[in-house]
Design a protein around this ligand. Structure first.
Ligand code: GLU
Length: 319
């Protein structure tokens, strides 16, 4: 039977996670298609668990900031839904893609409407709508970037979260594929702003430098029906929160989403910076970071850590 959270022995749980990951530290391949990410030490490992009362349980490099990359797509989605509402679903679908993060193949058959907001094409279309909601163009892009950053800082209760300009520049310079996705969608009329304006906001969101501790804390509202359980702030409605979690469950890890659901059983989102965020509804959030990735772009050691954590806690959306 699952233990009540208050009965969990966190010292023992974190020690078990540490034992599980130690033999694998350094495994996987660091993302190198964005040159600024290629030089990160693959032996880094950090984990932070944020609980209902705001207390944190941390391990390893939990306070070192890393590149959030696609985990930012969850926050962009939440903010965009708040600003444009259901109209977002004219621009992007809600189906798993079964394709890699930057795939273009489905876009032609599906007339420029990406499968979901957590693949690159879908996140670019979502960011485009967010930029448009601020009046569009480069000014709208700046506002969208600022608002997302301010939101992350406010929710984390920590101003020390920033855009890493070197990573953003590196992403832009190596961003041919993302440009191709954006122009392809534009050719179907599914971009409301000049492509470069929306992409600049997208690259900046992906380049936010954040620690596991900050990320787990900032996302805590997702585990408590859209309410920050510590401050009481309603960040999202319960219904919207549940729907974001459904999308994370089905599509949070590209063509690795089924495997992740099977092994971890919690809604999550991975990023090629090696971070993974998972949400345990009613319990808390977990952010883990280890830069070595599997073929689908999910942190290898991070997944092992999460697998052990859910084994220890019994946390699962499946009962
Ligand atoms: N910024 C990355 C890209 O657009 C995000 C990919 C990821 O983290 O999965 O390629």
């Amino acid at each position: 039977m699952m233990a009540l959270d208050s009965a969990l022995d966190w010292q023992q749980i974190m020690a078990a996670v540490e034992r599980a990951v130690m033999p694998h530290i350094g495994a996987g391949k660091v993302a190198d298609y964005i040159p600024a990410l290629a030089c990160i030490d693959p032996r880094k490992f950090g984990m932070a668990v944020a609980l209902r009362d705001g207390t944190m349980r941390c391990l390893g490099d939990a306070d070192e900031r890393f590149s959030v990359q696609s985990i930012s797509k969850v926050f962009t989605l939440a903010l965009t839904l708040q600003r444009v509402g259901e109209a977002l679903w004219d621009a992007v679908g809600r189906e798993p893609s079964g394709s890699s993060f930057n795939s273009i193949v489905q876009l032609e058959a599906e007339k420029g409407i990406p499968r979901n907001p957590l693949i690159n094409a879908g996140a670019i279309a979502t960011t485009d709508r967010l930029v448009h909601s601020y009046g569009g163009g480069q000014a709208g892009a700046w506002e969208a970037m600022d608002d997302l950053l301010d939101t992350a800082r406010r929710l984390a209760g920590d101003q020390n979260i920033d855009i890493d300009c070197d990573v953003a520049e590196s992403e832009s310079q190596s961003g041919s594929r993302n440009r191709a996705l954006a122009h392809f969608m534009a050719s179907f009329g599914n971009m409301k702003n000049p492509v470069e304006d929306s992409l600049s906001a997208y690259f900046c969101h992906c380049s936010i430098a954040i620690s596991c501790r900050q990320l787990a804390r900032a996302a805590l509202f997702l585990a408590f029906d859209g309410f920050d359980p510590v401050t009481g702030e309603e960040v999202l409605s319960k219904e919207r929160c549940q729907r974001i979690l459904a999308i994370m469950m089905m599509s949070g890890h590209y063509d690795n989403s089924g495997e992740f659901a099977y092994r971890i059983g919690l809604p999550g989102k991975s990023g090629v910076g090696g971070g993974i965020l998972v949400v345990a509804p009613g319990h808390g959030t977990v952010a883990v970071w280890s830069p070595g990735l599997n073929q689908a772009g999910t942190s290898m050691v991070g997944s092992i850590a999460l697998e052990e954590l859910v084994r220890q806690t019994g946390w699962s959306v499946f009962g």
